[in-house]
Design a protein. Sequence first.
Length: 210
Amino acid sequence: MTVLTEIAESLQRGEDDRVGHLVRDAIEQQVPALDILNNALLAGMSVIGEQFRLREIFLPDVLLAARAMYAGLDLLKPLLARDGVPRAGRVVLGSVQGDLHDIGKNLVGIMLEGAGFEVIDLGSDVPAKRFVDAAEAHGASVIGVSALLTTTMPVMKAVVELVRARGLNGRLSVIVGGAPVSDAWAREIGADGYGYDAANAVERVRALVK
């Protein structure tokens, strides 16, 4: 078994300490940082994402795997930055103004990072302007907007309208999600995508950045 396979399998078991040790070993063995990222950490999280999509595992399992992924990713980040390795894309994420719920949004962020995206998480209770300002400041290509309350859903429409008002549509996409949100609502407000769960949101974001 190669060290990359060991990392991937340890990550799937949620063994954060072991993942950290194995990533250090791989770095000492001069395995390229990009190989460790793609063929160990992201490969392991890809399995987790598929198992979660199929309901073979549940939220606690994903969170344990994510902790293990971050244990390795934290060691790799300086090397990846030094080597100028590009990520799959950059996504601004947040729960809309008036909405303090963030469990689903956090899970989407974990799954996106596990798919190789850089995530700028703005947290909860985020005004429309802050989403768009952050996307412009960070050069993001996608804004992910979450809501759990029907009363806060109009903020999603405000985000879409502000993207258009600034002439950013075409190079900045908006994807929406959350319990009361639907594909019909996404179409009604002119959003570029709708994710019905975390795994599906990752698929939608991948399609948008392509």
